[in-house]
Ligand binder design. Sequence first.
Ligand SMILES: Cc1cc2nc3c(=O)[nH]c(=O)nc-3n(C[C@H](O)[C@H](O)[C@H](O)COP(=O)(O)OP(=O)(O)OC[C@H]3O[C@@H](n4cnc5c(N)ncnc54)[C@H](O)[C@@H]3O)c2cc1C
Length: 543
Amino acid sequence: MSREQVFWGWGEPGSGPSLPDHAGAFLRSELGVEGVVVSSPVALEAARLGPLQLPDAARRRLEEIAGAEAVRDDAEARVLRCRGKSYLDLLAQRAGDCEAAPDAVVAPADAAQVQAVLFACAEAGVAVVPFGGGTSVVGGLEPLREGFDALVSLDLGRVNGLRSMDARSLTAVLGAGTRLPEADRALAAHGLTLGHLPQSYEWATVGGCVATRSAGQASAGFGRIEDNVVALRCATPMGELATLGAPASAAGPSIRELVVGSEGTLGAITEVALRVFPIAPERRYEGWFFRGFEEGWDALRTLVQSDAAPDVVRLSDEEETRISLALAGPRGLKGQAGGAVLRARGYEGGCLAILGWEGEGDAVARRHGPAARILRGAGGMTVGRAPGEAWRAARFAGPHLRDDLLDRGVLVETLETATSWTKLAALHAAVGEALRGALERAQVACHVSHVYPTGASLYFTVLAAQEAGDPAAQWQRAKAAASDAIVAQGATISHHHAVGRDHTPWLGAETGALGMELLRAVRERCDPAGIMNPGKLRPAGRG
Ligand SMILES: Cc1cc2nc3c(=O)[nH]c(=O)nc-3n(C[C@H](O)[C@H](O)[C@H](O)COP(=O)(O)OP(=O)(O)OC[C@H]3O[C@@H](n4cnc5c(N)ncnc54)[C@H](O)[C@@H]3O)c2cc1C
């Protein structure tokens, strides 16, 4: 294991920002929590681990394949590979609830070793959970045994690095375990970048992003990860699936697309060829205000349908705008000249959009002009570059603040979905209503996070006081209510967080009975023993 996050939260110890002092007053007045530290994560030594169940013969075989030092079953290794980083994951990890932790963590050095590990685990009947950056927020890494006695975490961290570059074709081949910043550092030497910036950027891996159909913050400009996957290799318990790197193909249904989003249930992705982009020399990030959420997203709709969308598009609803301005404190727009301008121009209580353009200097200017005209015509008012730059500087800060909120007894979680422009208003209302109905005194904030010509995604952030007793059950109730509302609105159960364990009960509503059968048939062909990531993307049981 190389660099590691803390097992109970985000990032390395002390690596991120903390809640500002004035947040305490906000938490008291809005959520009714005291705003002081009321709980702390347990020490590693206090984490509770189940007995080791990996048979000696299977362990010896894994050591023969990957080397003795690449097979670990010490407490630290098991606790660190126990889960991802959702609110439910963090509640359990902070409490040291690691009874189900993997029996061992196996870290093969290359694709051939990954393949050999999968053959060995299939033969021995050992379940396997592929582990990339560990940032899943849908229970994708939960070590569900589903009838298997032994389970190992397959750590792809050593299957990393830039393997090859084709600067003429603008493609790069990367080991699946390469973390996004490492990939970008290697590409920067060639003046290139992935253009893929999820909020989990600091830790997520290339393979994990492909396995979950990730969408970065700049998806409007650079596409979602699957838009940029040119080819991949995936080791399955039945052998390797490898796809051709042609720019387009009419050779039947896409095998590549079967693997993209397969969440470790078919096998482990070992290598990905991705489209890459020249590093932008010029960046222009701005804040825009709209009088209301619908006015704002209609402006975005016009932009994207006119092929004039910026590369980063993010529009907060009234509640999210109010909360971000309050938490920005005296330096935010509110309470100073900015607030007075909003009031005078009729935008007080409105919605803030962050829009970002990247590219060659003249290209940015060329794109910015027409977009600004559309935005103004649709009712928008620019509030200049400061809010845009402030957002860009803090774009990865959120997850660090979450740990502080958990210390203070706050329920804090996000969920996301997408639908057509026509159905967006009803979806926004229904999910908000479901969450507010399920949680007492909750703050439910939302933003449009990704836009397409045909629709957009909505990303909800929920804050409430944690219920004493069983805070996990409190969130599970709210999440179920929100998921039911999403399905009832005909929206997707996940726009970019994936399915994992948490969304599995709602997958059938989207995929249909025959669709679920097809997924099962593919899985059974690649993994007849059902060892790959049990309980994810499929109902409980080995089917
Ligand atoms: C604070 C925070 C912010 C986030 N922001 C975003 C965002 O902006 N956009 C977004 O799309 N997502 C976001 N996510 C979700 C998460 O970061 C993504 O799902 C990411 O793609 C997961 O990558 P990972 O390498 O961490 O994979 P992991 O979390 O390690 O794994 C995720 C799933 O993929 C499987 N898997 C991992 N690697 C492989 C592989 N090589 N082969 C086969 N299966 C594999 C795992 O078994 C698991 O089921 C966020 C998460 C957090 C905690």
